[in-house]
Design a protein around this ligand. Structure first.
Ligand code: MG
Length: 394
């Protein structure tokens, strides 16, 4: 079974909102429009990867905003048109991705039910678009503002996102259209242009695209009352603290921050005794109010004997994600008289951020000696403190 990825074109400008900046940065209930959109996608159980396609001059800001979502697979530069941005995003989805959704960054109130409905139709027929029947009478005007004609509204639908298709169908259509893709205003029109049938599924009134000021109030009302379905309250940030200490012992491998460091002494303990990962686990569990590492992985359980602590961190991250939390950052302070940590610092950052599915810039590891004082200074043990900030859940 292949995975499912979603591309979020996020290069829009806020001209109609009267704001000079990209409208995705406008805050609703203390969280950016983009943040709401990504949270809805990231917490959907059938979505595996998210790629954001943004304006080239905003990539760094996008990475900072999106990096805390565990499913983020990349932030890529968009093109000159929406369709070109989408094409760049589709090409950046990880290998093995079979189904693709494209969702406007400016539709933050998308519901999980709607995403599921689109994916079900994509599995059934290959391509689907959520839409609502047009309720207003439609007029075609001339350049002077006079009515030229009334357009029959029977069988007319207003298309929304997420639009979905088998990824290969979309990639093939992009390939076939080449430069003509710039004329396509949404993903279904890319497929229509090459004759691929696309099914309509029922959209949602609340899944409104933020274009004007009045849209913000309408969407804010939805996000404010509909928090339970999304599993979190607006813009909640929590902090947790972790501390651990292990004794140094001969004939043990030394594991610190998920990295095996060649050293005559290792740390004594039931698992691999990785004092850094234990402190990080406790900081994350503390922030989420989920207990501590001793509770989850008791040393009375033989199954935990000699276990790599990176597995503990993987499990802790899984619990956090299941509870609707995203890791914002982790900061580590390691206290060891020896060995020198500097040469291994980056690998620890990579191991921790890789395990948590976040960007390396969200993990910081620093180390100091104890100036020969106390148990650390006497080389009897190694101590570690960690602090973690998480966001999103209630
Ligand atoms: Mg420990």
């Amino acid at each position: 079974m292949g995975t499912t990825g979603v591309v979020v074109p996020a290069a829009g400008r806020g001209t109609r909102l009267g704001s000079r900046q990209n409208k995705i940065w406008v805050e609703i209930h203390g969280r950016s429009i983009l943040g709401w959109t990504l949270a809805a996608l990231d917490t959907h159980p059938e979505i595996d990867h998210i790629v954001v396609a943004g304006a080239p001059d905003e990539l760094e800001r996008l990475l900072l905003a999106a990096g805390c979502f565990p499913k983020l697979a990349g932030v890529v530069p968009g093109g000159n048109s929406r369709a070109e941005s989408v094409r760049n995003g589709l090409r950046a989805l990880p290998a093995g991705c079979e189904l693709a959704l494209v969702h406007d960054a400016a539709r933050p109130a998308v519901s999980h039910a709607l995403i599921s409905r689109v994916l079900a139709e994509v599995r059934r027929s290959g391509a689907a678009v959520p839409a609502l029947p047009v309720a207003d009478t439609l007029k075609r005007g001339d350049s002077c503002g006079a009515i030229e004609a009334t357009v029959a509204r029977a069988n007319l639908w207003a298309a929304q996102t997420p639009q979905g298709a088998r990824l290969q169908l979309l990639l093939d259509a992009c390939e076939e259209l080449g430069d003509r893709i710039a004329d396509c205003t949404d993903e279904s029109s890319i497929l229509e242009a090459v004759g691929t049938p696309v099914r309509l599924v029922e959209g949602e009134e609340s899944n409104r695209k933020i274009t004007r000021r009045s849209d913000i109030d309408a969407v804010a009302a939805v996000l404010g009352t509909n928090v339970n379905e999304r599993g979190f309250h607006p813009a909640v940030c929590r902090t947790g603290f972790g501390y651990d200490v292990h004794a140094l012992a001969a004939d043990r491998p030394l594991w610190l921050g998920g990295v095996n460091i060649p050293h005559p002494f290792g740390l004594a303990g039931h698992s691999d005794a990785d004092v850094v990962l234990h402190a990080v686990c406790d900081a994350l569990l503390g922030a989420a109010g989920l207990g501590d590492i001793g509770l989850l992985f008791p040393d009375t359980d033989a199954a935990n004997r000699g276990r790599p602590s990176i597995e503990f961190l993987t499990e802790v991250n899984r619990l956090l994600v299941a509870a609707g939390w995203s890791v914002v950052n982790v900061d580590v302070a390691l206290l060891a008289e020896e060995p020198r940590i500097g040469p291994y610092r980056q690998r620890m950052v990579d191991a921790i951020s890789g395990c948590l599915g976040i960007h390396g810039a969200q993990v910081n590891v620093k180390a100091t000696t104890a100036e020969r004082m106390g148990f650390v200074g006497r080389r009897e043990g190694i101590a570690c403190w960690a602090i973690a900030t998480i966001s999103g859940a209630s």
